[in-house]
Design a protein around this ligand. Structure first.
Ligand SMILES: [Zn+2]
Length: 313
């Protein structure tokens, strides 16, 4: 028996989308004024809920009424190497595509850095970006809106998911969603990164559809009526925002958890032991500390984020 999670939906055949403005990047220009809006999937090759959404919108022939729409399948090579017997491996090939964005002016040494350089002109054109991800572990959907207030505001205008995470990204390298104007306090550009749920849950596809529907309608490039009506889900009653204060990375990849932890779990007492990294205790720094995407229940490579810690604001 395999320990791998069940894959609850069929993966799309994406080869028909190879020919675009760049491979697996498609631009639809209305010829009218309006924002340039980008929806990206497969930034991580095994996060397939977003690929289903982008595939469906391309197949529908969705065109903007105003401005420009850009669709991309980022780490398509990793996706095409997906092996159901080793499903977590196709997150990437040489390195994490979503940690390369701080060094794209250097000669690329990996497949992902080369691909990010090919995708970069489209990311630079975009005024608004939605990057569709999913998670290794079962967790409620999370909207990662970056460090700036305008990211939180856009996440609130979408009205879902319930959990918004305000964060600065990873020490291991810049994410696409923080690149250029998206990370510039003086720019008008805004990017959101949705973690739709566990990679291969059917519910993650439902979340990706709902969030993309809301996102595209909110930007005004299309009318809500242009989108599949059955993609919309009821909104949660209330959204809450967690401000990430710490990102804890494992020094050498030998973190051992004190117990099993769940995503968005709130740890009441400051000083609660989360586990040991290289024998050193890792504890919560304040009361009511939220564990954002804890990866404490499985082995990790050196330098990888174990957990982000945050406060409800
Ligand atoms: Zn991801």
């Amino acid at each position: 028996m395999s320990d791998n999670p069940l894959i609850e939906y069929a993966f799309p055949e994406l080869r028909q989308w190879e020919q675009g403005e760049a491979p697996y990047v498609h631009v639809r220009d209305s010829g009218k004024p309006g924002p340039t809006v980008m929806v990206a999937a497969l930034t991580h090759g095994n996060e397939v809920s977003g690929a289903i959404v982008v595939d469906a919108l391309l197949a529908r022939g969705l065109k903007p009424r105003n401005g420009t729409l850009i669709f991309s399948f980022n780490n398509i090579e990793a996706y095409q190497r997906f092996d159901p017997k080793n499903p977590f491996k196709s997150r990437m090939i040489d390195e994490d595509f979503n940690r390369t964005w701080g060094r794209l002016d250097q000669p690329p040494t990996t497949l992902e850095a080369r691909r990010a350089q090919a995708v970069r002109p489209f990311v630079e054109r975009a005024d608004v970006l939605l990057d569709l991800h999913s998670m290794h572990d079962d967790c409620v959907p999370l909207m990662l809106c970056g460090p700036l207030e305008r990211g939180v505001e856009l996440a609130k205008r979408l009205g879902t998911p319930a959990d918004i995470v305000r964060d600065r990204g990873h020490a291991a390298g810049m994410r696409m969603r923080d690149y250029g104007g998206f990370g510039d306090p003086k720019s008008h550009k805004t990017a959101l990164l949705i973690e739709t749920g566990q990679h291969w849950r059917a519910s993650s596809v439902a979340v990706a559809k709902d969030v993309t529907h809301r996102f595209l309608a909110e930007t005004g490039v299309v009318d809500a009526a242009d989108l599949p009506a059955d993609w919309r889900q009821p909104a949660p009653g209330k959204q809450k925002v967690v401000q990430v204060t710490h990102a804890v990375a494992t020094k050498r990849g030998n973190f051992t958890a004190a117990r099993r932890f769940e995503g968005q779990e709130v740890i009441a007492k400051a000083g609660t032991l989360l586990g040991h990294d290289d024998g050193e205790p890792v504890t919560t720094p304040y009361d009511d500390c939220v564990l954002v995407m804890p990866a404490v229940n499985r082995p990790l490579r050196a330098g990888v984020t174990i957990v982000r810690l945050g406060r409800l604001v």
